[in-house]
Design a protein around this ligand. Structure first.
Ligand SMILES: Cc1ncc(COP(=O)(O)O)c(C=O)c1O
Length: 656
């Protein structure tokens, strides 16, 4: 098994001193217990230090001589003050531990100046206590690489206790040896069952009331992700969003949201009873891709609804578009509006400068991340990060517990702990490699002459071209227009002939997701497949665009009020298969979501129009397979649940 390598970068502008420091520290590292493979390497200028930190993913810690502080200015143009350097390093790689070497005489002055920065500690230069310094640095690396929950789980499994508690498979004993189901045990592996434990085991803490190893693991995650508090969620970001909504919003509270938000956000609207003000995202019709909500529309909504409690946006989007968040969050905060950013697709961003700022760095109060989507956690394992200065922990806890199973899956929690450790210890290195693979893949695909990777400019609809939107490079969208395949045929070809499954498609694009788990051989296999398909040179086909999503019509009642009526089922079509005119003007009781892309065409409380019905029926009849969540079939007739006249007369209509 590969052993860890941990480099410590020492920065001192006097070569002789630097040499004696690194020699002394390396000698200590050699003679003391050194399980993390710590070695010391030196540079003499701040600029060199930043260059090394920008490329060497094995650096874990930085040791800065505060003399740089004194040498700032004309004498050393490449030099920065220690304070400036700490600031730059923290911006570049916030996961690194930073220590400062100081003069005893200047102690107070330096400590005061550096106090607010992310400093792990100080060493007196003159003491030259190399073994002591090594021990401290070793302890810091040890601390941030700890996995308290996973360790406790691992140790408990090794203790081989007899289980007289749930789950019923009792460490897999119910399955093992069974002539009928032993294959499941064999396939999944012994430890899946042995590690499937319950809250009866005290040592493993309680997700609903953490005071032990779960609390410690969450605190380590908060530090790693730059949050005041972090909470592990075992039902995905779908649940994380609902928990925050129910914490921040009470019935009737105004909420600004992108209509294109994930369906869990719309469910959160129903559960919380909020009054949603929908913002329309931009659409790139050429590729059938949704962009961000135009900045102007967000600013206008903030101005027009200063009484809103919350603004929620998705950044980055499924296609990798991310907002220029700082000015948006600032504008919302100026009106006292809390900001939630759904970072379901962006959990890795903290660990490489190419992806930052993260939502929290941009000032968001809450960020929800599907750790499982882009880091090494099991499906459903998500995190809720909180930086809200007015965080109401009691209310949050009640809502968190309302949505959380009393039997959470412990492997999922362990994977969050391990996923955080990996991101902290080697995220920069792995993401740097992923970015290299992205560049190679893009160059190769574009050289095919048939396929083309869409860049930011291609993806941005006109109305957001000047909004400072950026593209997450790990989401690679390929234009397949010239290939002679429809996107369904193309996906089928990749899957059946080349064993490749892609993330998603539109009528003329496919999107690939590259993560820290993408390997060079996967890239080669994909490239090989694309080249073969390109060489076969099918004549280009006319690709049919999916119908444009119908415009929003307006809310008559709060989504929650409309949802909780009994309603009546009404056919969407009349006897001649046309949109049913009796339905025009009626109020929908459910959320109707064509999936993909998962944007509700109707929400509870919304007025149904001919245009919306035509859009939904058009989708149902098109050749592209679309699930239609919320539509109920009565035989072959699609029906929707709508409010009855009697129900409408009893509800309070909304004043928008
Ligand atoms: C923007 C967005 N938010 C939230 C979610 C839900 O995340 P999870 O699958 O972790 O429940 C998704 C899932 O695709 C998503 O795309």
């Amino acid at each position: 098994m590969a052993k860890p390598v941990s480099k410590v970068l020492v920065i001192n502008d006097e070569k002789m001193v630097l040499r004696s420091l690194t020699n002394g520290l390396n000698s200590a590292a050699k003679h003391l217990d050194n399980p993390f493979g710590i070695t010391f390497t030196g540079v003499t200028s701040a600029q060199e230090a930043l260059d090394v930190l920008g490329t060497d993913g094995d650096i874990q810690t930085v040791l800065i001589d505060d003399n740089l502080y004194a040498l700032n200015g004309a004498k050393h143009s490449e030099q920065k003050s220690a304070l400036e350097l700490v600031h730059c390093i923290h911006n570049l790689r916030p996961e690194l531990g930073i220590y400062i070497m100081i003069d005893e005489a200047k102690q107070d002055e330096v400590v005061d100046v550096l106090f607010s920065e992310a400093i792990e500690g100080y060493f007196y230069r003159e003491e030259r206590d190399y073994r002591g310094w090594f021990r401290i640095i070793h302890a810091q690396i040890r601390d941030k690489s700890r996995t308290p929950f996973y360790d406790a789980l691992h140790d408990y499994v090794l203790m081989a206790k007899d289980a007289w508690h749930t789950p019923g498979h009792s460490s897999g004993d119910s399955l093992r040896g069974s002539p009928w189901v032993n294959d499941f045990h064999e396939f999944m592996g012994e430890h899946v069952f042995r590690a499937d434990l319950s809250v009866s085991v005290d040592q493993l803490d309680s997700l609903l009331h953490p005071t032990g190893v779960i609390e410690e693991a969450q605190a380590l995650a908060a530090k790693a992700f730059g949050a005041r508090r972090t909470f592990f969620a075992t039902n995905g970001t779908s649940t994380a969003n609902k928990v925050i909504f129910q914490t921040l919003l009470t019935p009737g509270d105004k909420l600004l949201l992108d209509r294109n938000c994930h369906k869990s956000v719309h469910h959160g609207v129903v559960l919380s009873g909020a009054h949603p003000i929908y913002l329309n995202s931009s659409v790139n019709k050429k590729y059938g891709i949704f962009g961000t909500v135009p900045k102007k529309a967000i600013f206008e909504a903030i101005e027009n609804h200063p009484d809103a409690k919350v603004l929620i946006l998705t950044s980055c989007t499924y296609d990798g578009l991310r907002y220029d968040l700082p000015p948006i969050i600032k504008a919302a905060h100026e009106k006292g509006i809390k900001v939630i950013i759904d970072e379901a697709w962006y959990g890795c961003a903290r660990f490489h400068p190419a992806f930052r700022p993260t939502a929290l760095e941009a000032g968001a109060d809450y960020a929800t991340q599907s750790t499982h989507k882009v880091l090494s956690a099991f499906s459903q394992a998500s995190m809720i990060h909180v930086n809200d200065p007015e965080f109401d922990e009691h209310s949050f806890r009640e809502n968190f517990n309302m949505h959380t199973s009393t039997s959470p899956q412990y492997s999922m929690l362990a994977s969050l702990d391990v996923g955080r450790k990996q991101a902290t210890m080697e995220g920069f290195k792995l993401l740097s490699r992923t970015l290299e693979l992205v560049s190679e893949l893009k160059a190769n695909i574009n050289a095919s002459g048939v396929f083309r990777v869409l860049d930011l400019d291609d993806l941005l609809p006109e109305e957001i071209k000047h909004d400072g939107v950026q593209l997450d490079p790990t989401k690679v969208t390929i234009d397949i227009t010239k290939s002679g395949y429809t996107s369904e045929e193309f996906q089928k070809e990749l899957f059946e002939r080349y064993n490749i499954q892609v993330e998603k498609s539109t009528f003329n694009t496919v999107t690939l997701l590259l993560t820290i788990g993408t390997t060079r051989s996967k890239v080669s296999r994909l490239y090989d497949a694309l080249m073969r398909i390109a060489r076969e040179a099918r004549p280009p086909r006319r690709l049919h665009r999916a119908p444009d999503i119908a415009g929003f019509t307006g809310l008559k009642f709060l989504p929650r009020d409309a949802y909780y009526v009994a309603g009546e089922m009404m056919p969407m079509i009349d006897d001649e298969d046309h949109p049913n005119p009796a339905m025009f003007g009626r109020i929908c009781a459910d959320q109707i979501v064509p999936y993909p892309p998962g944007i509700p065409a109707l929400v509870p409380g919304q007025v149904i129009t001919e245009e919306i019905l035509s859009f939904l029926l058009g989708l149902m009849r098109s050749h592209k397979r679309t699930e239609m969540h919320g539509v109920v079939f009565d035989g072959y007739v699609p029906t929707l649940r709508v409010l009855t006249q009697a129900e409408m007369s009893q509800l309070k209509p909304l004043v928008e």
